[in-house]
Structures are given as C-alpha cells and as structure tokens.
Design a protein around this ligand. Structure first.
Ligand code: AMP
Length: 113
C-alpha cells in the first residue's frame, strides 16, 4: 500500500523521478539527492512502512531482500571492497526525515559514524 504524500511511495510507483540503481518487485534502490558521500544510495521496500516498528507488515521475504539488495548495490557501486556504511535513521532522534523505511548505503571515502 502506498501512503498519500510520501515521496518514496511516489518514487516506488514512478510518479516521482529518481536515479534508479536497481529495482525488483518488492524492493528498489536509487541515488539519494544531495548525497552525503561519493556513493549514497537508498534502498527501500516498495510497500510503505514508516519505520522499523512496522517491518512485520512487509510482504514475506522483503526485509531480507532489502539487506541483500543493499549489499548488491555496494558491489555494483564498487565500494564492497573499500567498505561502506549501512544506516537506518529510525525516528526523530535519529534524524529520520523521510518516514518511509530506507537503508542508506554510503561509501567511496572514509566514513565517520
Ligand atoms: P533520512 O534522514 O534517513 O530520513 O534520510 C532521507 C534521505 O532521503 C536523505 O538522504 C535525502 O537526501 C533523501 N531524499 C529525500 N527526498 C529524496 C528524493 N526525492 N530523491 C532521492 N532522495 C531523496
């Protein structure tokens, strides 16, 4: 299900443009705008869940695929050997700005926590 006004739901449906890195039925990956590292890709479930608290609502297998796709993106973007950060900002204190669950895959330079 998509959520009204959610920018990542619009990206998932193609209503909003994005620079797609990878897509399949339940998961997609696209470049973050205003990337905070030379490689900064976001991996999302196509179905809307706002945070980790709702992860149980995702279709069977999608959570596992998010992590597998994030690793495949690191390979594709050529940072798997040099190293990269997987990051989920979950909730306001973590700085979450877009309330559609997403994994940041960041690398291409030395990453600070
Ligand atoms: P977060 O703080 O974890 O919610 O991160 C939100 C991320 O989404 C940031 O990296 C933003 O740059 C990125 N972002 C927001 N809107 C878009 C968009 N339309 N296309 C691509 N990335 C976006």
């Amino acid at each position: 299900m998509s959520e009204n006004g959610c920018v990542f739901c619009k990206i998932a449906s193609g209503e909003e443009e994005s620079e797609i890195v990878y897509e399949e039925e339940g998961v997609m990956a696209f470049h973050s705008i205003g990337g905070k590292a030379p490689v900064h890709v976001l991996v999302i479930p196509r179905e809307h869940v706002s945070s980790l608290e709702e992860i149980g609502e995702l279709p069977e297998g999608v959570t596992k695929r998010i992590f597998e796709v994030a690793q495949e993106v690191a390979e594709k973007m050529d940072v798997a050997r040099s190293g990269y950060v997987f990051r989920i900002n979950n909730g306001p204190d973590a700085g979450q700005e877009v309330f559609h669950l997403h994994v940041h895959v960041m690398g291409g330079e030395r990453m600070e926590m």
